[in-house]
Design a protein around this ligand. Structure first.
Ligand code: F6R
Length: 600
């Protein structure tokens, strides 16, 4: 969370930084700021709110060829102008932006900053003040920077400018993501390559506890303990147009619409010339060799993991547990003798998941990451990676990554089954193509789904989604989608569980949306819906062709029963989208949230 950018070169930094911040706004959007360095000194502009609010207060006449910028998701101190980054040292010489959380900032403050008047409530300000204190004790700025970073406990991606060293950006990283971008006569830094694709596609990855001195024509990477590091750049394989909204009003709608294309892309990416599944045999062997799989994930990715458990058990026959990353870290279950840990993460940066990864690696267990972002931390640090090929997901509410995660888990299940010599009873690539067509039919029914959103969700304060078997997992995801962008209190429930307590919440007009895609529980879920209708609920049913009955509000085209979540979730994503839209909410940037959750 939080995004940082930096530029050093010959052009005017301001525009590049602001454009970069706009691309990072998904990482946090409660305040933003830039710091510019030119012959007349440092110029800092900070504002509460969005990048657009920052743009309104920047003095566009100032030109500078060095600068840093930040978009914030508040952790320490409320989201106001005083707590917005950049933060400056007492003399104003040093200006710094930071993404992450410094766990020991209070201790450092007590130990080193007695007598220094802090101007904000942030952990970040402590960093910049510390550097100045160490300069005051006689250290060169680069050494003071290094000493400060070696005292920090926690996560950070930092960029700092020094008014007395205008040819250098001081950069450091631990746990939070950070890349250095290389150009002709300029260099940049950014939390995510997307932010700087406007000027370069050549990037150098930074590892934890590395610091970089970035000049306009050279970069020097060193470890915190002073060892020089040589690392080749990589080419960011992102198409700048992938990160634009085009004619769509919101990224979320664009990303929902992209789902059929993502399915087709996955079919191509994971199929060989004979039409068989193509997957790294080392991964299949690792899954096959495991006596138990442990899926670790958060939020929507956790919900995809629940569906994945069913696929892996049903198709590959391997016992699978699914755990919420933040719980697993502190409440670890008994682990089997020969486990494989599977991390599911759109961003590949989620701190809760990474915490588990680091821990289980120390225990010597094998790990696989399923992610949308090649080169992300979870991908780099796991033994194996499978990519989602979903293209950048920018809306905070995850949609296409969820369906891609399920499809990749299905591919992994079938590939493992084949490696085990089992004969899976599914022609997966054909069934994924059928699912892609079904998704297309659903995204083409927006008007009908918008009407349902208007009818059921325009004034309600709460809503329930119910399902049984795999539909229950989709109910959880549908509820998360609705609550995070519409702010309607929504819960997903196992249909049979409602009557054990929660049914007390049903009153006249409460929307209850049931999902019915599974033959073996179709009768049961319909009975559960009758139970709530009898108590006044406003019932809506999403059923699958073949199981549908007269009066069902949404009927899904038929797909293989192992893959129904790929299609049942689509109208529910759209329901959430329209409910949020009708309430006038910012669909792509819901309140209090950020896309990449890089704090624990
Ligand atoms: C909800 C959503 C979040 C993420 C969660 C994990 O729409 O996007 O619940 O799924 O924060 O993020 P990743 O998948 O990046 O690890």
């Amino acid at each position: 969370m939080c995004g940082i950018v930096g530029y050093i070169g010959q052009q005017d930094a301001k525009k590049i930084l602001i454009n970069g911040l706009k691309k990072l706004e998904y990482r946090g959007y409660d305040s933003a700021g830039i710091g510019l360095l030119n012959q007349s000194g440092v110029h800092v502009f900070r504002e509460k709110g969005r990048i657009a609010d920052l743009e309104a207060i920047v003095d566009w006449k100032i030109t500078a060829s060095v600068g840093i910028g930040h978009t914030r998701w508040a952790t320490h101190g409320e989201p106001n102008r005083e707590n917005a980054h950049p933060h400056q040292s007492a003399s104003g010489r040093l200006t710094l932006v930071h993404n992450g959380v410094i766990d020991n900032y209070e201790k450092l403050k007590e130990q080193y900053l007695v007598g220094v008047q802090l101007k904000s409530d942030t952990d970040t300000e402590v960093i910049v003040q510390l550097v100045e204190v160490f300069i005051g004790e006689g250290l060169e700025v680069a050494e003071a920077f290094r000493k400060t970073l070696s005292l920090l406990h926690g996560s950070y991606a930092i960029a700092m400018i020094d008014a007395e060293t205008p040819d250098t950006l001081f950069v450091g990283k631990n746990k939070s993501p950070l890349l250095v971008g290389l150009g002709e006569g300029f260099n940049v830094v950014a939390s995510d390559a997307m932010a700087m694709l406007q000027v370069t596609d050549q990037f150098v990855e930074l590892m934890d506890e590395e610091i970089v001195l970035v000049k306009k024509d050279a970069i020097t990477i060193e470890t915190l303990d002073g060892k020089m590091v040589k690392r080749d750049p990589f080419t960011a394989e992102l198409d700048a147009s992938d990160i634009e909204k085009g004619t769509y009003p919101h990224y979320m709608l664009k990303e929902i619409d992209e789902q059929p294309a993502v399915m087709r892309k996955l079919v191509t990416a994971y199929r060989d010339d004979n039409g068989d599944i193509k997957l790294d045999q080392n991964i299949c062997e690792a899954v096959k060799a495991a006596d138990r799989l442990y899926i670790i994930a958060a939020g929507t990715s956790y919900h995809a993991g629940l569906v994945g458990k069913q696929l892996l058990e049903r198709i590959a026959g391997i016992p699978t547990e699914v755990h919420i990353a933040s719980e697993f870290a502190y409440n670890m279950p008994l682990i089997s003798k020969n486990p494989l840990f599977i991390f599911i993460s759109q961003s590949g940066e989620t701190a809760d998941s990474r915490g588990v990864l680091v821990h289980v690696k120390k225990l010597g267990f094998k790990t696989l990451t399923i992610t949308n972002v090649p080169g992300s931390t979870l991908s780099r640090e796991a033994d194996y990676t499978l990519l989602l090929h979903a293209g950048p997901e920018i809306a905070v509410a995850s949609t296409k990554a969820y369906t891609a995660q399920i499809a990749v888990l299905a591919i992994l299940s079938v590939a493992t089954a084949e490696a085990k010599g089992l004969q899976p009873k599914i022609d997966l690539m054909k069934e994924l193509s059928i699912a892609a067509n079904a998704m297309q039919t659903l995204v083409d029914q927006k008007e009908m789904i918008e009407d349902i959103a208007r009818k059921y969700l325009s004034t309600s304060r709460n809503a329930f989604f119910i399902g049984r078997a795999v539909d229950y997992y989709v109910a959880l995801e549908a509820a998360l989608k609705l609550k995070e962008i519409s702010y309607i209190q929504a819960e997903g429930f196992a249909g049979g569980e409602l009557k054990h307590g929660t049914i007390a919440l049903i009153e006249k007009g409460t929307p209850v949306i049931a999902i019915a895609t599974q033959f073996h529980v179709n009768g049961n879920i319909r009975s559960n819906l009758k139970e709530v209708t009898a108590r006044g609920a406003h019932a809506c049913i999403v059923s699958m062709e073949g199981l549908n009955e007269a009066g069902d509000q949404i009927v899904l085209p038929e797909v293989h029963d192992a893959l129904t979540p790929l299609v049942s979730v689509v109208p529910l994503q759209l329901l959430a989208y329209y409910a949020a839209l009708h309430r006038g909410n910012d669909v792509d940037k819901p309140r209090n949230l950020a896309k990449s959750v890089t704090v624990e």
